[in-house]
Design a protein around this ligand. Structure first.
Ligand code: MRU
Length: 337
């Protein structure tokens, strides 16, 4: 299986997720600004993957410094550039804050030592993400019943993380237990992460997958064809309100109406302890072209006004449980570190 990105000879190589599944194209990055642009333009996406690649972006920025003179200012420039790429993913800020702590702890050492320390920290964040996701899979797999059809939205799989995935990781762990399950993947307009990425991943893993358009989920729930829903998260407030890909809220409301359990799977690094409720979560609004066009072709009149919020917030009352590496949290949510 291809990882979404790989640190190779002091460069970051990413698979271009905009081209999947039709083309497997790899792009090599050797500057922090290049990594920042890759995150903004969705070469790489998914909250944990954004966090890990931003950490490598910091490492690249520091690696390319020629002198330790003015290193504080240089670090702030690198940090500020990566920080303004995607506002909703909590993991981005979490990973950047970790990189800052490492930089601060090492900045009075020789430049070569600072470089070694930041690269080592980015690699540690990457390795921990894989282990965290495997733990999420183990903690969540028993929530997927034998024979179930599982609905998922967007892509919270291997491509969205350093490996294994969160929501798709739970599905994969249930599949690896030998359960006969299948997945209904919402196509996930407008960027089509479900159709392009989740289907590609599941197909390669031999997990049966059926692609549906976003507006079909309610009907299949009504017909009794979906037993459980599991999705990822970009940011979780203290009360359990969860920001995830636009359309997640509709799935959660529909699931509640039909008595179907609705789970969120995410690492603890997605929990933003500074936010009391989801009302405070910043929601990214992306370029309207993503809505007006599909596959580079205009679907409407080019001047038609559109809205394109990339995420919505699902209130905690619709969430059956939040699956993390620390276990499954249930309402009322109290996230202990
Ligand atoms: O805009 P994206 O593709 O970055 O949005 C991705 C999602 O909403 C995922 O569900 C979330 O980041 C969790 S990925 C493990």
């Amino acid at each position: 299986m291809l990882p979404a990105f790989e640190w190779k000879k002091n460069k970051l190589v990413m698979i271009d997720q905009r081209k999947l599944p039709l083309k497997e194209i790899f792009i090599e990055y050797d500057s922090y600004d290049g990594v920042a642009r890759a995150i903004e333009t969705m070469v790489v996406r998914g909250a944990p993957a954004i966090g890990v690649t931003a950490a490598f972006g910091v490492a690249l920025g520091v690696l390319r410094l020629k002198t330790a003179a003015g290193i504080d200012n240089a670090f702030e420039r690198i940090y500020a550039r990566l920080e303004r790429t995607r506002p909703t993913a909590r993991n981005l800020f979490w990973a950047l804050e970790r990189m800052r702590r490492t930089f601060d702890a090492n900045k009075t050492r020789k430049l070569a030592d600072i470089k070694r320390a930041v690269v080592a920290e980015a690699k540690a964040i990457e390795e921990e993400d894989v282990m965290t996701n495997e733990a999420i899979g183990r903690n969540g797999r028993d929530l997927i019943p034998e024979g179930a059809t599982v609905l998922t939205h967007c892509n919270a799989g291997e491509l969205a993380t350093a490996g294994f995935g969160t929501a798709v990781g739970v599905i994969r762990a249930a599949h690896e237990q030998g359960k006969r399950i299948r997945v209904f993947a919402d196509e996930t307009r407008p960027f089509l992460q479900g159709a392009r990425l989740t289907c590609w991943e599941l197909d390669r893993r031999g997990i049966p997958v059926v692609l549906i358009t976003d507006n079909m989920a309610g009907w299949f729930m009504n017909k009794g064809e979906i037993q459980v829903a599991v999705v990822g998260a970009d940011r979780i407030a203290r009360n359990g309100d969860t920001a995830n890909k636009i359309g997640t809220y509709s799935v959660a409301v529909l699931a509640k109406e039909h008595g179907i359990p609705f789970y969120v799977a995410a690492p603890m690094s997605t929990v933003d302890a500074s936010l009391a409720t989801g009302e405070e979560i910043p929601i990214e609004e992306r370029n309207g072209r993503e809505v007006r066009e599909a596959g580079g072709r205009c679907l409407t009149l080019p001047h038609i006004a559109v809205r394109n919020p990339a995420f919505d917030v699902t209130p905690a009352k619709y969430i059956t449980g939040i699956i993390t590496e620390k276990g499954v949290f249930r309402p009322p949510y109290r996230f202990t570190p």
